[in-house]
Design a protein around this ligand. Structure first.
Ligand SMILES: *Cc1c(COP(=O)(O)O)cnc(C)c1O
Length: 634
């Protein structure tokens, strides 16, 4: 089945033709190919001899799509094949589902089945959501929710994800019966047992009659329950407990695993920051397309990953194979090591008291002054470290933050020669004006001072090291200065250097909350502290549980910012309180419990930064730690 030719994965191909050819190489060994959305001329020549069933709107198509009529909750599809009319109806209205259903129709024909016999099945197709959610659980657990579908393939995907995200040494899988697998239950559970072992799962909690009946197939630590209620009862009465474990919740829809998720989830308030890890990956792929394949990628996860979370972001970065991570302080690096991140980690502000940790946790310090150089060497000696320790030399080329200045270069080189216990892993500097074209002259001066530092050190040290100077904006605007590595920060979180780049990036974080209470306020009354929210005409307000202690700054009060409720902008009214604020919802169709969007797009982050009189960097890093982070991976 060739399901669809989309826009995705077009990078690196000379054009559509080459992309089609590459996709078709999947079908080398196929005898019959059902192709949706391509015409005969687009099929690569060598495949034209095979049996092709082309689906399309054009007349010549083997299966011609005559008409699709989208109704409120369903779609009617008229198709013609071999002069015969077919009328399908499916319970979806989105284009992807319509197109998928038509492809399925093609497969029925290709396999010699009569599509009419399956009309009723088309009407009852269940929707498939492949969305994995990570939440913080009770008892120091991490919860991965995947209770939309249950089959062997999606179990594999989920187990993979579990391994990628495991932060505790122990892994638990809570699994329901797998329905409609098409194989005998005995073989099915044998196979699952093999998978659990292969993914080194420590314990299994099986829920359902079938999985319980096959208990003997499993050799790991195991417990079984007949149904979800029984399990919920056992947790509530403390008959069983799960501690310090990363838990995968995987169940068929009919088992209602939402109830288990509710139970095992850490309770916190309605305000959440949702982080989409797929979009993070897509952004990184965009930046990868700007650098040469041999250029290394260091990703900045300082300040808790620009507010997005450090361990979760780092896990994803490790999984997609970036070369380096960087944090501001040693503590952040220790946290990554405790989360089983084994990528090299650069620490940009190593403090005297943290040098021991840096060595113990195999972190790599930025050396920015002679003082820190001496201190670090002393610590190395104390720790009895024998091998040359990797360090990163920071050059101040004009930013005038940390780093060695031009006058220091010669002395630096001769000092480093005196300390063979240090190995210079990289030399780097930071650009002050990379996103401002008026400062390009200055940026180029910075680059030339950097070159000078590198050449002095290279000559004296007599060995090679990684050179790097570009941050996100530099990657885009100074392609001649990528050197051996670039340092990607804000860009991967979805904030571009200019409006053109913005269109290529995906927004990663969404700050959301829910309406706590709605009330009608009479003209002449006031809202909030100091009676600042003066009510001129009768209005309706919503109280929402986000305040300045969450990072929703006090300066956003009194109409300076609007949140979105059911897609409509609702201005703040009165002062922002510590944990709450009030917004005007007059004439807006909403009720208590409805979702409130503070931001979910770059445009809204930008508006927020303007209202806060700052930049997106500060918006993202100001969201306080008590706002629960939820991670999505599709
Ligand atoms: C934060 C930081 C970066 C990343 O900057 P972005 O603008 O977020 O890409 C790069 N290098 C250094 C030294 C930094 O401190």
């Amino acid at each position: 089945m060739f399901t669809n030719l989309g826009d995705a994965h077009s990078d690196g191909f000379s054009g559509v033709k080459q992309k089609i050819a590459e996709k078709f190489s999947l079908f080398d060994n196929c005898t019959v190919i059902v192709v949706n959305g391509l015409n005969a001329k687009q099929i690569p020549t060598k495949f034209r001899k095979k049996k092709l069933i082309l689906i399309g709107k054009e007349k010549g198509s083997a299966i011609q799509i005559k008409k699709t009529s989208v109704e409120s909750t369903s779609t009617k599809i008229e198709l013609v094949h071999a002069s015969k009319n077919y009328n399908l109806e499916i319970p979806f209205t989105d284009t992807a589902s319509i197109s998928n259903a038509i492809t399925c129709f093609g497969v029925l024909l290709a396999t010699g089945l009569e599509p009419e016999k399956y009309y009723s099945s088309f009407k009852e197709l269940p929707s498939i959501a492949l969305r994995l959610e990570i939440k913080n659980g009770i008892n120091n657990c991490v919860l991965i929710n995947d209770f939309y579908n249950s089959d062997l393939d999606s179990l594999k995907i989920a187990l993979n994800y579990l391994n990628q995200q495991t932060r505790n040494s122990s892994k638990t899988v809570i699994l329901s019966d797998i329905e409609q697998s098409g194989q005998s239950t005995k073989n099915l559970y044998k196979e699952i047992s093999k998978l659990l072992k292969q993914y080194k799962i420590n314990s299994l909690i099986g829920i359902g009659k079938n999985i319980s009946a096959n208990a003997s197939a499993f050799t790991i630590n195991k417990t079984f329950f007949e149904n979800t209620n029984e399990f919920v009862g056992a947790i509530n009465s403390n008959q069983i407990g799960i501690n310090n474990s990363t838990i995968l919740l995987k169940g068929a829809r009919s088992f209602g695993f939402e109830n288990i998720s509710q139970l095992l989830q850490q309770k916190s308030h309605d305000t959440i920051l949702e982080i989409n890890l797929n979009k993070l990956t897509e952004n990184i792929n965009y930046y990868r397309s700007l650098i040469k394949p041999e250029t290394q990628l260091m990703c900045m996860v300082k300040a808790t990953g620009y507010g997005s979370g450090s361990a979760e972001i780092a896990k994803t970065l490790q999984h997609i194979g970036v070369n380096y991570l960087a944090v501001a302080y040693a503590d952040e690096g220790v946290e990554l090591r405790n989360a089983q991140i084994n990528l090299p980690v650069m620490v940009m502000s190593p403090e005297e008291d943290s040098l021991e940790d840096i060595i113990n946790f195999n972190l790599e310090p930025e050396i920015y002054s002679f003082r820190i150089l001496e201190l670090f060497c002393k610590q190395l000696q104390k720790s009895g470290n024998a091998e040359a320790y990797p360090v990163h030399i920071k050059i101040d080329t004009g930013m005038h933050r940390l780093g060695f200045e031009e006058k220091d270069f010669e002395t630096l080189a001769s000092t480093l020669l005196k300390y063979p216990q240090l190995k210079v892993k990289s030399i780097f500097s930071h650009l002050a004006g990379r996103d401002n074209s008026e400062l390009d002259g200055f940026t180029n001066e910075q680059i030339s001072v950097f070159e000078k530092a590198c050449s002095v050190l290279k000559t004296k040290l007599g060995y090679g090291f990684i050179k790097h100077i570009c941050n996100s904006g530099g990657i885009t605007r100074f392609k001649n200065a990528h050197y051996d590595m670039v340092r990607l920060g804000i860009g991967m979180y979805g904030v571009g250097v200019n409006t053109e780049e913005q269109t290529k990036l995906q927004n990663v974080g969404a700050l959301k909350t829910r309406i706590s209470q709605i009330k009608n306020i009479k003209a002449g009354d006031t809202v909030g502290y100091n009676r600042n929210g003066k009510v001129i005409d009768d209005i309706t307000i919503a109280v929402i549980p986000i305040g300045y202690a969450d990072g929703f700054k006090r300066e956003l009060g009194n109409g300076k910012f609007a949140v979105y409720i059911n897609k409509i902008a609702c201005k703040t009214i009165g002062n922002i309180c510590m944990d709450m604020c009030m917004v005007d919802v007059t004439n807006i169709n909403c009720k208590e419990g409805d979702e409130v969007i503070v931001f979910e797009s770059f445009g809204q982050i930008h508006n927020l930064s303007v209202a806060m009189n700052t930049i997106p960097y500060e918006v993202l890093t100001s969201i306080s730690g008590r706002v629960k982070r939820i991670y999505l991976q599709e």
